[in-house]
Design a protein around this ligand. Sequence first.
Ligand code: NAD
Length: 499
Amino acid sequence: MRLIQHFIDGVEVGGVGDARQAVFDPSLGRPQAEVVLGVFEDLDEAVRSAKAAQPAWAATNPQRRARVMFEFKRLIEENMESLARLLASEHGKVVSDAKGDIQRGLDVVEFVCGVPHLLKGEFTTGAGPGIDVHSMRQPLGVVAGITPFNFPAMIPLWMLAPAIACGNAFILKPSERDPSVPVELAKLAIQAGLPAGVLNVVQGGKPVVDAILDHPDIKAVSFVGSSDIAQQVYARGAAAGKRMQCMGGAKNHGVVLPDADLDQTVADILGAAYGSAGERCMALPVVVPVGAATANALRAKLVDAIGGLRVGVSSDPDAHYGPVVSAQHKARIEEYIEMGVAEGAELVVDGRGFSLQGHEEGYFLGPTLFDHVKPGMRSYHDEIFGPVLQIVRAETAQEAVALASEHQYGNGVAIFTRNGDAAREFAEQVEVGMVGINVPIPVPVSYHTFGGWKRSGFGDLNQYGMDGIRFYTRTKTITSRWPKGGAVTDQSFVIPTMK
Ligand code: NAD
């Protein structure tokens, strides 16, 4: 069986530990490979390699670093088809969606191709007599990223591209459930001209995460995953004095005002709720129609549209979505469906019991729809992360804003309306980090920045965009004085002021 290894100092290595974990093909419901599970010594080896390589990489001028990024981008594009198929076979998302996963990461690589400009500091001439002030952004040194299973290309690229372009060495700890693509990306980076050691991949689970958080030579850690773990990782890393950014779970609401174009809205909600089997942190698993007439009309159209959805294996070009990632995750989603029924929500479409002929062992779930879901229910409060859409009816637009604002998560939210005033007010008031106006999945473009509020994000700086550059650099400010003619100025025992 194929063995997925660490990638340290420019080569694939098995590491010191002998523990391994099966990597499944969710469409078939059986193992297709094994991944090595690292221990502290493997991480330490990666840190040593990174520490040795980082100073020379940081001293490489930013334009040359950008050229490596340009070539990295070209190589990823050249290998798009094989990367997408590998990604889909481990994750379960359909190949077209896997290409989107890679493309959204590539957008960030493209953004950091402009790193010479992004790293420019500020300059003030004549801040005082003979005094100039300038600032520079310097890399932190060795930094690390810990990523979830649901975007095995995009999220590693969100992190590693700005980190490396800024002159750091980066250690990636990918999800153990779909670990192949991150290694392939690291190989392409080396092929693009990145020196060995600047990008290392260490496979594993919690022991490697703990080793990253405790290692004194790792200066910053970026984490994306579920909220409880994000919060623990944030606390442990911050206590060790590291710079931390930890993105967590989500439960995004789609508010539908009575004046929305319902056909377009239903098409948008369908893709956002069920695409990638609902395993996106920017999925739209909750829809909030305002007023009974909107709710009834929306529900009827949703039921019709759900009937036309095709669930298939990840390589099926006509499938709208594929299996969920694992048998355990499928069982967990089914428990939430059971819970919704027990809590008194109306199960309108039940996706349990779905079976795909010839793939009976695959982790498939049909699309599920609940109506009359209420804020007090645990199935509403928790993130389900599956192809389950919940209708929560609201009487007024204010009630809809309050629902999204008061939810524990605050990653994304969308509003569907033709009313510009209402949309503008909604965007201003709602307590959520990313807002879509007639845009169901408002993942910001790479030159803006990605981050949720409340339990969807711990830390101050977002992913990518200028926040990504800020996260992976620190500012140094230099104040210099060149007195004319070398004249000696009077002694002063007071704090210098620019009189
Ligand atoms: P997860 O929290 O189980 O795992 C994330 C990472 O943490 C993995 O690398 C995993 O190996 C590691 N890990 C697992 N258990 C750990 C522990 N006890 N201690 C330390 N590390 C541990 O998340 P997942 O199931 O891989 O991904 C899905 C979750 O990620 C969802 O909650 C989803 O909303 C969230 N997510 C958030 C964003 C965002 O930007 N906000 C983006 C994508 C996914």
